[in-house]
Design a protein around this ligand. Structure first.
Ligand SMILES: [Zn+2]
Length: 435
């Protein structure tokens, strides 16, 4: 499964120091057909009805002796899908596994590869998220979505013809998943300042650099074909940033908690899943608005130093119960997470010192700028576009901080008293719902 090496691209190129590239990535035109026809042994294609049809459409057919496993139209990766895929793929000795798809099929193949101690290649059919090169897989277990260690693809083929034929909504989702980078990295830094949990400025700088060409394309109004190389680079850089940091932090902050909450509520309702990146778009606008209000609050504290910061501490049991009432599948975990967060809060750096450091952080893109980028990308900028409402946004601002034991702007805003006091202002400023 190897196209001409002239198509190899380097996801680590935005990193000032050499980054360990988790796998070999090829991008360009007609990659899939050349790689398949040049493959030495028999291949086993694993995909769904849409992704396999897309592959055949670009003229990359299975050869005599190859096998095809078509999973139909799965909605989500859960244990039922994993076990049916495991059964249908079998041991398949002598076959090289080729995952054909985006996030879900890639994650499924990562898990099968981990179980069977085998390698696999990915033929990406869309640029909708930044998980191409990561070794983690997301799977729904007991109504909750969890990330588990698995095996990254050995080779990733990003065929231009395939990506160009993917629905526009998928690329819009990918753009949003990349654009949250500055906000995720700000949370990463905030957590380091507050709790000393570690941060790497060089990785954060690489994420920022990788987004510059993408935002330039969006501001110029480039067509999808012109924008795609910048999108691919930004998504790959996000994936490499996570593996370099040994943490999802450089690509997943408070905005991803909002996306995760949307996901959990849809799983509970049995609803069709919103594209991950579309949910991230909503989370990013909410978080961009919150940071603006927090930054204004900090600026108002500066001249006199007289504004006394507040750090309210509702009882842990109350916090856990509120989270469980909102997201029932987190009920079992909620008390543990809240207790861990409470311990962090008690050991946290004094708030006035934290405020001084936070005032000196590099500026973030404004919520208006983020909205303009997302609009240009065709990503949602209104809550109703993904069937959530003002009540959901309010719950997210009040409760999402306790979904994970990691400090984000949600915690900082609560410590400062910005939340819940200025909650309505944040919702309004996000532009996600009408006043
Ligand atoms: Zn993401």
């Amino acid at each position: 499964m190897k196209p001409s090496s002239t198509n190899e691209i380097h996801p680590g190129k935005y990193f000032a120091r050499p980054a360990a590239e988790p796998c070999v990535v090829f991008a360009g035109k007609s990659l899939a057909s050349s790689a398949i026809s040049n493959a030495e042994g028999p291949l086993l294609f694993l995909g769904d009805a849409n992704t396999l049809a897309a592959l055949w459409r670009v003229g990359a057919g299975a050869r005599p002796g190859d096998r095809v496993v078509d999973l139909g139209a799965p909605l989500r990766l859960d244990d039922a899908l994993l076990s049916s895929a495991r059964e249908r793929v079998g041991r398949a000795e002598g076959f090289h596994l080729v995952a054909v798809g985006g996030g879900t099929i890639n994650d499924l193949a990562k898990l099968l590869a981990a179980e069977g101690r085998r390698s696999f290649s990915l033929v990406g059919t869309c640029a909708s998220m930044n998980g191409w090169v990561s070794a983690n897989a997301s799977i729904v277990r007991a109504g909750n979505k969890v990330s588990v260690p698995a095996v990254a693809p050995e080779r990733v083929l990003l065929d231009d013809d395939l990506l160009a034929g993917a629905p526009a909504a998928l690329a819009a989702a990918g753009i949003a998943d990349a654009l949250c980078g500055p906000f995720a990295c700000r949370d990463w830094r905030l957590a380091e300042l507050a709790d000393g949990t570690g941060h790497d400025a060089a990785i954060a700088a690489a994420v920022a650099r990788s987004l510059e060409p993408l935002t330039e394309c969006l501001e110029r109004g480039d067509e999808p074909d012109a924008l795609r190389p910048a999108l691919i680079d930004a998504l790959l850089a996000g994936g490499v940033a996570m593996s370099e940091a040994h943490s999802s932090a450089p690509a997943s902050g408070a905005e991803h908690l909002v996306a995760h909450a949307i996901d959990l509520l849809e799983i509970a309702r049995g609803a069709t899943p919103t594209l991950h990146g579309h949910a991230v778009a909503i989370g990013t606008l909410l978080v961009a608005a919150l940071w603006e209000v927090v930054d204004e609050h900090l600026a108002a504290m500066r001249p006199s130093g007289a504004v006394t910061p507040v750090r309210p501490h509702p009882a842990a049991s109350e916090r856990a119960a509120a989270l469980a009432a909102w997201l029932p599948t987190l009920a079992r975990e909620a008390p543990r997470v809240v207790l861990a967060k409470e311990a962090r809060e008690q050991a946290r750096r004094p708030l006035d010192a934290l405020c001084t450091e936070a005032m000196a952080l590099a500026p973030l893109p404004s919520v208006d700028r983020v909205r303009a980028w997302l609009r240009a990308a065709g990503a949602p900028t209104r809550a109703a576009a993904i069937h959530v409402d003002a009540a959901f946004l309010r719950s997210a601002l009040l409760l999402a901080r306790d979904m994970r034991d990691r400090t984000t702007v949600f915690d900082f805003a609560h410590d400062l008293g910005v939340l819940p006091t200025r909650l309505d202002e944040v919702v309004t400023r996000s532009g996600l719902v009408d006043r």
